[in-house]
Design a protein around this ligand. Structure first.
Ligand code: C5P
Length: 427
């Protein structure tokens, strides 16, 4: 019989997950080796199943070495005592079948329920419902094909059919193709597919809800070339946007000047520079969002009058006399909206000392139901953090971890506290 899944490390994002990775024929098979590796590195056990055509693009030996498991390529495999790999493969603890690449022909086979090769046969035979105590095994397809093949009405019909039958389609991406053409049909990259799978497994605690996030620093101009900013990297806010999208939310991310890619999934990004621009972007959005998470490190003050031209040193030793005005408090402004327009507001407090006391003061001063406190200087720019949740009930510590793991834990806390959907809210 098949090997039992290995005992995984509990702290990795795919720990405990057993993935059946199917390869159908396509040049993108070269990315599947990397994908197998990414899934194993993320804690999953990976069982590879390949079609004959896939074996022409990459060898089972490569996939076996990367997954440390025998590869299955045909339904008459004599290694299985009951001669039924198409049944056994999805019955022995599989959490998902991921077919990458999924060729146009393979998608057509799945759409029609054909079973002429082990991989299609196994997809047809996988449990669809939890009947008889079994667990449904979801199917995820990562299409890879020439752009004309992807755009063809026959392929689009088949894709719509497999979706209607419950499969999840990941991508495809647009770009350069192996055939030299440019367009839709490229398989997603291995790391993107890994992240899609991790997202797929997250509990959908915010399904259909609208979440607004501010992230990063602001930049307050002194003149056209200089300004005042801070060390916020935006990583925590971007992690929260990603975690909320993974939990099924539609996310609007208002970002100050940061060097971070927009998280995958349902995340709409609005880039701003100054606190005033951030407020102008947030206010019209706040009214149609149910949750507002303000992680941005908004500058408290800005130069009263930014010079239109660069301030010049004149050799006299005189320095420019800068005067400041206070910036609007974005979080407090949103928290004061009339109840029917006000989202559930979550503030952050980056402190260097007396963290909980300052967070509790902020809770009262800003009039928000939840403040998330952290040690600002210790976390700026880093990938890990530790959070303390402060609300009217008391304090709760989220144990130190990487920002994404903390963001997922925070999303779960927010989901548990946010009031039921407002009538009239989107979705
Ligand atoms: O007032 P302080 O900056 O310490 O408060 C931090 C919290 O308030 C964060 O959630 C931050 O995003 C938000 N804030 C804001 N607008 C400001 C200052 C802070 O939204 N002008």
């Amino acid at each position: 019989m098949l090997e039992a899944p290995l005992t995984p490390s509990p702290s990795l994002p795919l720990s405990g997950k057993h993935i059946v990775l199917g390869l159908s024929g396509g040049v993108a098979c070269y990315k599947s080796a990397e994908l197998a590796r990414e899934l194993v590195k993320a804690g999953a056990t990976v069982q590879v199943v390949m079609t004959d055509a896939a074996c022409r693009f990459i060898t089972p030996a490569t996939m076996q070495a990367l997954t440390n498991r025998r590869v299955f390529t045909n339904q008459w495999d004599e290694r299985e005592p009951n001669h039924m790999p198409h049944i056994n493969l999805t019955r022995e603890g599989a959490h998902a079948v991921v077919v990458a690449p999924a060729s146009a022909d393979f998608i057509a086979q799945v759409a029609q329920g054909r079973a002429d090769e082990l991989l299609a046969l196994m997809c047809l035979a996988r449990p669809l419902s939890g009947a008889a105590g079994g667990k449904p095994v979801p199917l995820l397809l990562a299409p890879a094909m020439n752009r004309e093949m992807w755009a063809h009405p026959a392929t689009q019909r088949n894709v719509a059919q497999v979706r209607a039958d419950g499969a999840t389609v990941l991508g495809p991406a647009a770009g350069d193709q192996a055939c030299g053409e440019i367009g839709d049909g490229r398989m997603l990259e291995a790391a993107e597919l890994r992240d899609e799978l991790i997202a797929f497994f997250q509990p959908k605690l915010l399904a259909g809800r609208d979440v607004l996030v501010t992230a990063g620093p602001t930049f307050e101009a002194i003149d056209p070339v200089r300004g005042i900013t801070n060390h916020s990297s935006g990583k925590m806010g971007f992690a929260i946007a990603r975690a909320a999208a993974e939990a099924g939310a539609r996310v609007t991310l208002v970002a100050g000047p940061v060097h971070l890619p927009t998280p995958r999934g349902a995340v709409r990004r609005i880039d701003v520079r100054s606190a005033e621009q951030m407020l102008a972007a947030v206010l019209p959005e706040a009214k149609r969002h149910e949750i507002f998470v303000a992680t941005a490190a908004v500058a408290d003050w800005r130069p009263a009058n930014a010079a239109e031209q660069k301030l010049k040193k004149d050799g006299s030793g005189r320095v420019p006399a800068l005067s400041f005005v206070e910036n609007p408090d974005i979080l407090a402004t949103v928290a004061k909206l009339p109840p029917a327009e006000r989202p559930f507001c979550v503030g952050f407090a980056a402190e260097s000392h007396d963290i909980v006391r300052h967070a509790r003061e902020k809770l009262a001063r800003k009039g928000v139901p939840l403040i998330v406190a952290n040690n600002g200087p210790a976390t700026f720019g880093r990938d890990d953090n530790a959070l303390v949740l402060v609300d009217a009930q008391g304090e709760r510590e989220l144990p130190p971890g990487d920002k994404l793991a903390l963001a997922r834990a925070l999303v779960a806390e927010i989901a548990a506290r946010v009031p039921p959907r407002r009538s009239g809210a989107k979705g």
